[in-house]
Design a protein around this ligand. Structure first.
Ligand code: DLZ
Length: 164
């Protein structure tokens, strides 16, 4: 059943498939570490809540969100994974860095997914300020790490069960 909610942290358990046999990579940007570590906490607890074994979750770090693309490509190449969740936090500043990085990461993650025919999930916050980021990593707007984990499970299920 399609869902209309904008906050997937509240996604009901019954609509997410059992993820017991999934192998999931989680790639975390160290930039804005307070936020990305909270996204990671959310993603890990949601993966485990839906049955992914701790031993089948592989966490790696990259320096900044810009490196998520190559990091995801390296992970996809080196490991037998069913999906990769990319977690990052890009905050609008005075420079145009924000737009360059956000655009590059969105495009890059999409390309890695297509290249490896694997769900590569965009769990990257792109916010105007730090408070908005805090609101989305366990604050009043939920935890987007949870949402990225739910999305990964749903996409692996699609990958495994898609029929012509
Ligand atoms: C350089 C930079 C800036 C200005 N801002 C952010 C940010 O808000 N979030 C983030 O994840 N990374 C940022 N970076 C670092 C870049 O992602 C990248 O690590 C460097 O440009 C080196 O390639």
């Amino acid at each position: 059943m399609p869902f209309k909610k904008t906050n997937l942290s509240e996604e009901k358990t019954f609509s997410v498939k059992d993820a017991a046999h999934m192998r999931i990579g989680v790639l975390v940007s160290e930039w804005n570490e307070e936020v990305t570590s909270a996204l990671l906490t959310g993603a890990l607890s949601t993966l485990e809540k839906h049955g992914v074994k701790k031993s089948e979750i592989f966490v790696q770090y990259v320096p900044g969100s810009f490196e998520l693309t190559v990091g995801a490509s390296l992970m996809a190449d080196a490991m037998e994974l069913d999906a990769i969740i990319c977690l990052g936090c890009i905050i609008q500043g005075e420079t145009r860095h924000f737009e360059f990085i956000a655009q590059a990461v969105a495009n890059g993650i999409t390309q890695v997914g297509i290249q490896y025919n694997m769900p590569v999930i965009f769990g990257v916050l792109t916010t105007d300020n730090y408070q908005q980021a805090l609101d989305r990593c366990g604050g009043k707007h939920g935890n987007k790490g949870d949402e990225a984990a739910v999305t990964a499970i749903k996409m692996v299920d699609l990958r495994w069960n898609i029929t012509a």
